[in-house]
Design a protein around this ligand. Structure first.
Ligand SMILES: [Zn+2]
Length: 314
């Protein structure tokens, strides 16, 4: 599979090859007079991204902006390395994520608790970025792409409290990050991504509604690639969230522990996804990016927050 794919409108998809895998983590370059990279991929992706940008004629001094939809390591783990490789680039991130890019120690410590020994292989280590290079976004913001073209950011929490969607004034492309779930182009599957500790159903649904209201021409998923069928895939995003939440609520009301809740939800949802019909590499990737254990744990964490378990629900 090629690393770089032209998507039209001066937009290029870059396979950032998380942990060496193809087709699971995408970054995007918006070329033009002020080139902008959307998502860096992981720290170990940085040399792949640098070479991809070089192949598009973007050298060390040429990149104007790096923006990340949120600071999870599959999206922003490479920010410190990319900032070092492209010293002229401004780094743009939601204000709730900015301090973690300056001092990644807490973010890396919590990732280590989740991933353990797999952390180094999957993500590498997020290097710190000089605070002077970072611009923090509020509820909305704008990135100058040059030639009158703008990338506008819209705060879209639910998956993560530091998540933004980004819409291109020229193409109508909406960079959805993980707020609309994980899309598998090979099978057309869409599965929610509801990890702890930030997942909140109502907030996530509001972000999907916001995306609908923006009226994008096309969605660009970080996992993975472009989707033209905007309205129906966003409807599907909302439907998938409700299904996973309903099943997790049911498991919780039956008093299942986490392992049994995961098994129940996985079993009841697996027929929905073509990618899970065979125990192949695709199924493994799907599990890695929006795994049932992480999704169910995130939903349970949210349920415990809004209605703490009582004596009936140990
Ligand atoms: Zn992700």
């Amino acid at each position: 599979m090629d690393t770089v794919r032209a998507l039209g409108g001066d937009v290029y998809e870059i396979d950032t090859r998380m942990a060496g895998y193809s087709g699971i983590t995408a970054g995007y370059l918006i070329l033009g007079s002020r080139p902008c990279l959307v998502e860096t991929g992981t720290a170990t992706s940085a040399p792949v991204v640098r070479d991809a940008l070089a192949s598009l004629g973007v050298g060390a001094g040429d990149l104007a902006t790096v923006v990340v939809t949120h600071i999870h390591l599959d999206h922003a783990g490479g920010v410190g390395d990319i900032a070092g490789m492209f010293p002229a680039a401004e780094i743009v991130v939601h204000e709730k994520g900015a301090r973690h890019l300056v001092d990644p120690s807490r973010l890396m410590a919590s990732a280590k608790m989740v991933w353990g020994d797999k952390l180094d292989v999957l993500f590498g280590s997020l290097a710190p970025t000089d605070a002077a290079r970072i611009r923090a976004l509020g509820d909305t913001g704008a990135i100058d792409l040059g030639d009158g073209r703008t990338l506008s950011s819209h705060y879209s929490p639910g998956h993560a409290k530091h998540h933004v969607g980004l819409i291109d004034s020229f193409t109508g492309d909406l960079y959805v990050g993980d707020a609309a779930g994980v899309y598998m182009p090979e099978t057309g599957d869409l599965r929610p991504a509801t990890p702890p500790p930030d997942f909140d159903l109502d907030v996530a649904l509001a972000s999907i509604a916001l995306f609908q209201d923006l009226g994008p021409e096309r969605l660009l998923f970080s996992h993975y690639g472009p989707v033209d069928d905007v309205t129906s895939i966003l409807d599907r995003s909302a439907e998938e969230l409700r299904i996973w939440v309903d099943l997790t609520k049911q498991a919780r009301s039956e008093g299942l522990d986490l392992d049994h809740a995961v098994a129940m939800v996985r079993d009841r949802t697996k027929d929905r996804y073509g990618a899970l019909q065979n125990a192949d590499e695709r199924a493994e990737h799907f599990e890695m990016l929006s795994g049932a254990p992480s999704n169910v744990a995130g939903i349970l964490h949210w349920l415990d927050r809004i209605s703490p378990p009582g004596p009936d629900h140990p």
